[in-house]
Design a protein around this ligand. Sequence first.
Ligand SMILES: Cc1cc2nc3c(=O)[nH]c(=O)nc-3n(C[C@H](O)[C@H](O)[C@H](O)COP(=O)(O)OP(=O)(O)OC[C@H]3O[C@@H](n4cnc5c(N)ncnc54)[C@H](O)[C@@H]3O)c2cc1C
Length: 402
Amino acid sequence: MGRNMSTGSPDSATIAIIGSGLTGLLAAHGLEKNGFKAIVFDKEPGLEARDRDWTILVHWALPKLSELLPEDILADFPQAFCNPHLEFNEEVESLPCYNALTGELLFRSATPGARRVSRQALRRVLARNVDIRWRKAVSRLSKTEGGVLLEFEDGETFEACRVLGADGASSKARELLAGAERARLERSGFLFSTGITRYGDGDKTNAIVKLHPVAALMMGTSSVGGVGTIAVDDPRDKSTWTTFWVKIWCGESVHLRDRAALDYIKSKTGALSGVFQSAIDWTPEGSRVFIDEMKYWVPVPWDNLSGRATLAGDAAHPMLIYRGQGFQHCITDVCNYVDGLVKLRDAGATVDADKVMQDYDDEVVERGAKAVRQSLLEAEKSFDLETIQKMLMVTQGHGRSA
Ligand SMILES: Cc1cc2nc3c(=O)[nH]c(=O)nc-3n(C[C@H](O)[C@H](O)[C@H](O)COP(=O)(O)OP(=O)(O)OC[C@H]3O[C@@H](n4cnc5c(N)ncnc54)[C@H](O)[C@@H]3O)c2cc1C
């Protein structure tokens, strides 16, 4: 066995979190705020190792996110906003969707109190004051007398009292706890691409912002489109703003980057209309563009190593990006996990520890499975004007539905 990184054996107070994505970092803050010690392990060499960015609308779970964060980190939360200079009102806190054939407003989803953040910027804020151990790819988890032993690919080990697997959609923790076969991601057949664009041209940026100051959608043809703002340098000079576009379609599985991805989108996918198409056509040389197939996993129960190990976030319920529910469920998981551990600690021997952790798992599996299935149905309905009217996005807006 490799070198043991733990200070004591086992370190009865330490909760090991696998993954420094938004779920893992949020869990670290929530646990520390409630008196637990948390250490995050990530396989990457550092916070900026992957430069891919996207925007996330934080909406129904925002109150829970605020509860989990300590005051100083919460005070920095606006640093993650795509446009922190906006005056937030009913119009800004909504997501309009335009008809791709007529250009008219198809529907508007109300998102009261919501804030659109850059995933990278939020990760930078949340990484503050967190003990993160980089280059630590978890390869094995096993139960010990007082906790769980983590083994890493570099041969080192760490013994913790508990483990939270928050290592994203392709989770190794899920594979280790549920078995490779049961944990396998499913392909959806839906492709999504994102482009991050800094036009350096106020008029082009303005065309996007005029659709909506935060983000807007387009539906009604063989592709779904989205545009919006991801970063604002000088609020008075739109040539300094960075925007994004999103395109979703159904088709053959490809995994392309940058120029090759842009060429593919332009030549092989159905056109959008108006500014939604122009945003793609204007993409400057050297912009980051990504195409991936959306994958999902409908959660089924996993072995929680006698209540010592579990999953949260995309590791527990990777879903399609429709209706922006993924991160809301990550936040909900973290809140429930922290509540469970607080309950265990405060009630001492009067509660059944195994049951508290099993309740956590059961709830994640049930809620996660419902949300993942809804995201699939939402995708299937999004390419035809008749079925669009039946989408949750139209009938229930962005509200919680799982
Ligand atoms: C384009 C796009 C738009 C989205 N929009 C929205 C939205 O509007 N609203 C919303 O609610 N959600 C949205 N989502 C979903 C949201 O982004 C995710 O649910 C959330 O970011 C998942 O975070 P996570 O921490 O669970 O996983 P990840 O961000 O994937 O983090 C996993 C971490 O684990 C690490 N890791 C992986 N394997 C190992 C290992 N073996 N050992 C150690 N570390 C490991 C990785 O390096 C990574 O740092 C969107 C997603 C996309 C892609």
